[in-house]
Design a protein around this ligand. Structure first.
Ligand SMILES: NC(=O)c1ccc[n+]([C@@H]2O[C@H](COP(=O)([O-])OP(=O)(O)OC[C@H]3O[C@@H](n4cnc5c(N)ncnc54)[C@H](OP(=O)(O)O)[C@@H]3O)[C@@H](O)[C@H]2O)c1
Length: 246
């Protein structure tokens, strides 16, 4: 049985907490949050605390707090393997004096949105093979997809994720506004969104590219630009140019 503590009560921490409470080979010994009210509902299921000085001794402490707080929080942890869950923070940012690692689940987590851990890639990093194996055991207790990714690779992976997730979602927002302004339901675009996402599981994004930019349909491009505000025109022009130069 591997003993685990979780620091944090946000999106990632709450999903990990729920998953570990259900995992048969993990004992979630403690959850820490600076605001105890956010973890009061866990009373009776695990030990809860808002005092970093009083953390229990466990095999692995998972710090799932805001990126900027990782250094400060980690400096308070005295024992065991200490890992953070960030895609963009280096393992060396951890300030505990002992063993360090990273336990990065590559998915978008929102507290109230259910998540299926069995589909999530876990990007693991540690200073020793033994600790990497320990993190693999934890991953296997809630998921199944393990990758060994170092801090340099993870930084770049996070950058790629910003493009395929955050920026794509912003494109949905623009499409949503255009639909709303013209009284067309956004849901009419959902099959297209799903098909585009499905296609890149089968062929490369470059091969999957279609549209006026790819075809160089100048008249269509000019007509589209006329119907956009100045910020949307800048985005449209830049993306069109990038697609054509790619
Ligand atoms: N959300 C995602 O999709 C996602 C995916 C993969 C990885 N991550 C990474 O996972 C980590 C947590 O992200 P999240 O989305 O779960 O964040 P979040 O929902 O904003 O929650 C942040 C947590 O950090 C706590 N916190 C912030 N500053 C603190 C401090 N100085 N001392 C103690 N606790 C502090 C917050 O406490 P309060 O509630 O008191 O403010 C809260 O519990 C980040 O490193 C993030 O990069 C996030």
């Amino acid at each position: 049985m591997i003993t685990v503590a979780i620091i944090g009560s946000g999106n990632v921490a709450s999903h990990l907490t729920n998953a570990f409470l259900k995992a048969s080979d993990i004992r979630l010994v403690q959850v820490y949050a600076r605001n105890i009210e956010t973890i009061k509902h866990l009373e009776g299921k695990t030990s809860i605390s808002n005092h970093l000085e009083n953390l229990c001794a466990v095999d692995v402490t998972i710090i799932a707090v805001s990126d900027d707080a990782i250094q400060e929080v980690s400096a308070n942890i005295k024992q065991g393997l200490v890992v953070h869950t960030s895609g963009s923070v280096a393992m060396s940012a951890l300030q505990n004096s002992g063993r360090k690692g990273v336990f990065y689940a590559l998915q978008s987590f929102t507290k109230k949105q259910e998540i299926d851990f069995s589909t999530i890639p876990f990007c693991l990093e540690a200073e020793s093979v033994k600790d990497l194996q320990l993190l693999e055991s934890i991953t296997n207790s809630i998921g199944k997809s393990v990758y060994h990714i170092n801090s340099k690779q993870r930084k770049k992976l996070h950058l790629a994720a910003v493009f395929v997730n955050n920026f794509t979602n912003y494109m949905y927002s623009i499409g949503h506004s255009i639909c709303e302004e013209n009284e067309v339901p956004f849901k009419i675009l959902l099959p297209l969104i799903k098909e585009t996402a499905k296609k890149v599981t089968l062929i490369s994004p470059k091969e999957a590219q279609t549209g006026p930019a790819k075809r160089n349909d100048q008249e269509t491009i000019a007509a589209h630009l006329e119907n956009l505000n100045s910020q949307q025109q800048k985005i449209y022009t830049l993306l069109t140019k990038s697609i054509q130069e790619n």
